[in-house]
Design a protein around this ligand. Structure first.
Ligand code: PEP
Ligand code: MG
Length: 749
């Protein structure tokens, strides 16, 4: 049975045309299950009906057959999302006879829903002339088959294959990660360098070329592993095999030795790669066995991928003739940092989710973004498209009506931002006069706009990673002093909270590959820096030296999960201070704070209160670790709930504990800059919010429309709710009542 199942799925998945694939599915299912009739219906949600897509055994006249969601046994399977197994279908109360289907000859009926991510996509039915109940084995066969077919159907839909003949604009769905709307040409960033364009070049430093090669090999292997894992979930066997083959080839000592030998002769790594790959490919191409001959292409593709990793760290600067909607495989902070902002209308990433660092950065830059999009980017490239950063929808080749609708929304958006800009210079304050400190989150981009943010009360979070990510090695102490001084100097009279290096997770350093199964639970943030006091001390000294004469530096420690880690870090800060103050006696001891982003910290707050000057809540990671949901994984994005009742309860606990220990607390996660989040947090009692520059004006405006008393009532009501969705709905109603719905527009559809 198992092998039959695999055969059917494999066979069906290989057929390009989806309609032909469904025909094959019903034929092969009949054969495997020794039954006379198999039919697949797909749900057309717009029309609330199931459409017959392919059948073996039913005869009907006319073009299309459909069954309403409320009709017959097939409708019942769809509604209940459960299989129905009947020896005598006609006796069931829900049975409805469809004379046009010619099913009068069948007695037994087994129908099973086709479900993908909780959604019933259709119904798969087998019928038989003899009256008999299908066995448990048969039932589980059909259920398993339907589960696998569901993946193929969802994939085909995501790739833009329309199953129904209505001429609606196709829509591709992803996760809305940065609000806003963009209309313009779509550009697929396929900047993979071409092996054919690599020409003879000698190495200036042979040892360095060896090093570059081995880093590229490690990065490529890690990438293959990641891709393999991803494809495993999607049942894409052919693609899986290719990554296995790549891994195998790349681990082959002969290939590695040949590459090394070529570099040793004095060639640059990429030129060595081209020569070795070509000689291998030629060797395969000359073989008599057809299978082996085809491997020549694989070797070339491997070479191509390796070349990408050889060049990857060089961060090509993208140049476009006009502003574009940029589609990339994986949006990284580095890509965003290296493309001029005015050239980006929106970004679309095949991987990632709403709180990956790249998504945060796109919000900071005010660029609409959609993440985790399952589509074939080649099909989008060159088309005009609409990106809806609220709903996560992308419309390639939109109809003129849709275009018009979205153009109106763009106008509304522009008006909204003009309106909020009017109060941006005023201080953060509720309508009844409660002062709220509005701080800036900065640093994810190598942004120079930091000096433009005069209308904030200081910098609540300066992420220091980006200069480490954009380079080919750790930046020197001098380079860091220079960079930090420019930030501290931009706010001479205000406090600047600089966070120490938080790499790992979704911010691996290109020159220090870390291969972990669970990078977010691994060697990240303070864990890395405590293991590398050399790197940590350089950064601390640089921060301290940069603060000389300005005295506005506070140091924030990321990913702390225990008191030992804090003790270790404070000892190193003290050491750095002693070292710096001998040469620069005027340098002041900075205030020290910890991020509250690992749940263990909720229970350590009383101890922390004795050891630090302040805390800052990182709701992005706190949500990820509290709910055990990878913030970067599109697959589970719908359960990464920023308004989850436990997140709110945790926020309340943190606020109250900090109050009782007189420990200053700020929120620097994305929740603080989110219109709903900001109001709820103020309602909970918080008075210091740190956010991306693009949210400052909005949040200030909203605060002025609401009183502290109102917000407290809202927060108290939210704390009583068991579902995040109810909390969201309550807040949405509140925004609507106050005429503020434009701030949380949840998409068009
Ligand atoms: C957070 O986790 O909320 C945070 C502010 O840090 P980062 O997003 O950089 O992990
Ligand atoms: Mg964090």
């Amino acid at each position: 049975m198992l092998s039959q199942l695999r055969d059917i799925v494999e066979h069906v998945s290989k057929v390009e045309n989806v309609h032909a694939a469904l025909e094959i599915l019903v034929q092969q299912t009949c054969a495997a299950m020794h039954t006379e009739c198999c039919t697949i219906y797909l749900a057309n949600n717009d029309k609330q009906r199931l459409e017959l897509m392919a059948t073996q055994g039913l005869t009907f006249k006319g073009d299309t057959i459909h069954i309403s969601f409320n009709e017959g046994l097939v409708g019942l399977v769809k509604r209940t999302a459960e299989p129905i197994n009947l020896a005598e279908a006609a006796k069931h109360p829900a049975f409805k006879f469809f004379p046009q289907l010619g099913e009068g000859i069948y007695h037994s009926f087994l129908g099973t829903p086709i479900i993908h991510r909780k959604q019933v996509l259709g119904v798969l039915v087998i019928q038989q002339k003899t009256s008999r109940q299908f066995s448990e084995m048969e039932e589980s066969f059909l259920v398993t088959l339907a589960a696998q077919i569901a993946v193929l159907i969802a994939h085909a839909t995501a790739q833009g294959h329309g199953f129904f003949d209505d001429n609606k604009t196709a829509v591709i769905k992803g996760i809305g990660a940065s609000s806003g709307i963009a209309i313009g040409p779509i550009w697929w960033d396929n900047t993979q360098p071409d092996l054919n364009n690599v020409f003879p070049a000698s190495a200036l430093d042979i040892a360095r070329e060896h090093e570059t090669l081995s880093v590229a090999i490690e990065n490529a292997l890690a990438d293959f592993k990641r891709m393999r894992k991803k494809l495993d979930l999607e049942l894409n066997k052919d693609a899986l095999a290719i990554f296995d083959l790549f891994t195998h080839l790349l681990n082959d000592p002969m290939l590695r030795n040949d590459l090394k030998a070529q570099i040793q002769k004095g060639d640059k790594a990429d030129w060595a790669l081209r020569q070795v790959v070509e000689s291998y490919a030629n060797r395969f191409a000359r073989m008599s066995d057809v299978y082996m001959r085809e491997r020549a292409q694989d070797v070339k593709e491997l070479g191509q991928r390796l070349l990408f990793f050889l060049h990857h760290t060089e961060q090509p600067i993208h140049e476009f003739n006009e502003p574009v909607i940029l589609v990339v495989r994986e949006l990284t902070a580095s890509i965003l940092a290296s493309v001029p902002k005015e050239q980006l209308l929106a970004v679309v990433s095949l991987e990632g989710a709403a709180n990956s660092h790249a998504a945060i950065l796109s919000r900071a830059m005010g660029i609409p973004a959609v993440m985790g999009v399952n589509t074939n980017p080649e099909r989008l490239s060159g088309k005009i498209g609409i990106v809806d950063g609220y709903s996560g929808e992308i419309f390639p080749d939109p109809s003129s009506e849709l275009l018009l609708e979205y153009q109106e929304l763009v106008t509304e958006e522009t008006e909204l931002s003009r309106m909020v800009e009017q109060t941006v210079d005023l201080e953060g304050c509720t309508s009844d006069g409660r002062r709220i400190q509005i701080l800036l989150n900065a640093g994810l981009s190598a942004d120079t706009s930091i000096s433009l943010n005069r209308n904030v009360d200081g910098v609540g979070l300066y992420r220091t990673e980006i200069s480490f990510l954009l380079q080919q090695q750790f930046p020197s102490e001098e380079e860091q002093v220079h960079q930090y001084r420019s930030v501290l100097g931009a706010y001479p009279t205000k406090r600047v909270v600089m966070r120490t290096l938080d790499i790992g997770g979704d911010k691996p350093l290109p020159y220090l590959p870390i291969d972990e199964d669970n990078p977010f639970l691994g060697w990240r943030g303070i864990r890395f820096t405590l293991d590398h006091p050399d790197i940590f001390l350089i950064q601390l000294r640089a921060m301290l030296r940069a603060s000389e004469g300005l005295d506005n530096l506070s140091i924030l420690l990321p990913m702390v999960s225990s008191v030992q880690e804090l003790d270790g870090a404070t000892a190193l800060i003290e050491q750095a201070y002693q070292e710096v103050s001998t040469e620069h006696p005027k340098v002041k001891r900075p205030e020290i704070g910890v991020m509250i982003e690992v749940p263990s910290m909720l229970y350590l707050l009383p101890f922390m209160a004795q050891k630090v000057n302040f805390v800052s809540v990182g709701t992005n990671d706190l949500t990820q670790y509290l709910l055990a949901v990878d913030r970067n994984n599109a697959q589970v994005a719908d359960i990464y709930e920023t308004l989850h009742p436990s997140v709110l309860a945790a926020m309340k606990h943190i606020f109250e504990t900090c109050q009782s220990y007189h420990l200053p607390v700020c929120i620097c996660g994305e929740l603080a800059g989110d219109p709903i989040g900001a109001l709820l947090l103020v309602g909970l009692g918080y008075d210091t919010l740190s956010m991306n520059t693009s949210n400052v004006a909005k949040v200030k405006y909203l605060l002025r429309q609401t009183s502290q008393q109102e917000l407290k009532l809202l927060a108290d009501k939210a704390l009583m709710q068991p579902y995040g969705e109810t909390i969201y709905n309550q807040m949405r109603d509140y925004f609507e009542d106050k005429g503020l719905a434009g701030f949380i527009r949840a998409g068009k559809s």
